[in-house]
Design a protein around this ligand. Structure first.
Ligand code: ASP
Ligand code: MG
Length: 405
């Protein structure tokens, strides 16, 4: 007998029929003798619909009221699933976040979980019931309802699994696992049976948007085995775990990419101590996240600085840089919105030299120019022209034989 936490996302509970289908899936695990806690999202599209309603009432909706509103979506699905299970003859009970309680901080619309009291859930499980918990929500110390940020149900599931010391946390979604890269770009992309937390974090933050990143960080911290699988098809999905020592890891596990960044460059900056801080401090103060950074050593006492920011923040970052450029006496500021970032990810590359040069050769053979390079122990990223992204990903996938087991 195992204790399993299962989370079903918006598309998996997108209609009454789908909710009944979830009941069927859950009941199979109960029949096998497992204890099951289910975490649900709102029906797909519901959170967006509620958000639009809020904007009709108030140009900048009050965050406290926003949380009150958005958490209703999950209240609908949990009660319906509980009914569907009862109708099939299974004991089931649903709880909102505050009933558990899932205690969070006070930061409405993106709260963090402080603690979870698992007693009530254990009690109900021991009475043979399926416990159905609303994802994405909690309660502040003041007793106000809070939410964990978009996609937060993943984090609810992992946090519950940690608090309950569950054997596994299963995230059911509309894809059947984590792939070597986006199958829409490379049809030969392969589902991975396992991936490490560190790799998943790189894949997720780089655009393989299967899981809320915070849920992966949480799972990694508390060592909760996390499995991503489809609610619509059978199959083992992808298991995300700590790095196992008994396995010969492939050099490269996957290729992540994103088209959501822009490149900014400030040229001809007087080269002296404090320049990096003078440039990047104000950008950080404006809450703009900087990803890759490159500084060149100039030869005439000046230097160039190049970095990437989310494309939506580019205009703002540009404006800030123009101001700084004037103060520092820099030559010019330029930007480029038509870039893309491609990254090879794999814990196996840690112990191997030559991965980077192999990657650069593949790109050279495709006549693709590399604009920026950054590396970590388990990742090599390059910035290239957006129009060359697909051919870069395809040829890297092939050359590193990611289509083969
Ligand atoms: N319903 C929330 C959202 O759409 C939370 C979730 O689905 O994880 O973001
Ligand atoms: Mg989601």
């Amino acid at each position: 007998m195992a204790l399993i936490v299962q989370k079903y996302g918006g598309t998996s509970v997108g209609s009454l029929e789908r909710i009944q289908n979830v009941a069927k899936k859950v009941s199979k695990f109960v029949d096998e003798g497992h204890q099951v806690v289910v975490v649900l999202s709102a029906m797909s599209g519901e959170t967006n619909r509620l958000t639009e309603m809020a904007k009709t009432m108030q140009a900048r909706p009050s965050k406290r009221e926003m949380d009150m509103l958005l958490t209703t979506g999950e209240q609908v699905t949990i009660s319906l699933l509980s009914m569907a299970l009862q109708e099939k003859g299974y004991g089931a009970i649903s709880y909102t976040g505050w009933q558990i309680p899932i205690q969070t901080d006070e930061v409405h619309t993106k709260a963090r979980i402080d603690s979870i009291n698992a007693d009530k859930i254990h009690d109900q499980l021991n009475q043979g019931k399926v416990v159905v918990v609303a994802g994405f929500q909690g309660v502040t110390a003041n007793g106000d309802i809070s939410t964990l940020g978009r996609g937060g149900s993943d984090t609810t599931a992992v946090a519950l699994a940690a608090a309950l010391k569950a054997d596994e946390c299963q995230i059911y979604t509309d894809v059947d696992g984590v792939y070597t890269t986006d199958p829409r770009v490379v049809p030969e992309a392969r589902r991975l049976d396992t991936i490490t937390f560190d790799e998943m974090l790189e894949m997720a933050s780089l655009g393989a948007k299967v899981l809320q990143i915070r849920s992966v960080e949480f799972a990694s911290k508390y060592k909760v085995p996390l499995r991503v699988l489809s609610s619509l098809t059978e199959g083992g999905g992808t298991l995300i775990t700590s790095e196992d020592n008994n396995m010969e890891k492939p050099l490269i596990s996957g290729i992540a990419f994103n088209r959501d960044e822009s490149k900014l460059q400030i040229r001809g900056v007087p080269d002296k101590p404090g320049i990096a801080f003078a440039l990047l401090g104000p950008i950080a103060d404006a809450n703009i996240e900087i990803d890759m950074i490159i500084q060149n050593q100039g030869q005439d006492g000046t230097t160039d600085f190049t970095f990437t920011v989310p494309r939506g923040d580019r205009a703002h970052a540009h404006e800030i840089l123009e101001g700084i450029a004037q103060v520092l006496g820099a030559r010019e500021v330029i930007f480029d919105d038509s870039i893309a970032k491609v990254s090879l990810v794999g814990v196996g590359m840690r112990s191997h030299v030559g991965i980077a040069s192999r990657m650069f050769k593949v790109l050279a053979d495709q006549n693709i120019n590399i604009q920026m390079i950054a590396t970590t122990e388990i990742k090599i990223s390059v910035v290239i022209k957006e129009s060359e992204l697909e051919s870069a990903v395809k040829s890297l996938h092939q050359q590193f034989e990611l289509d083969k087991v």
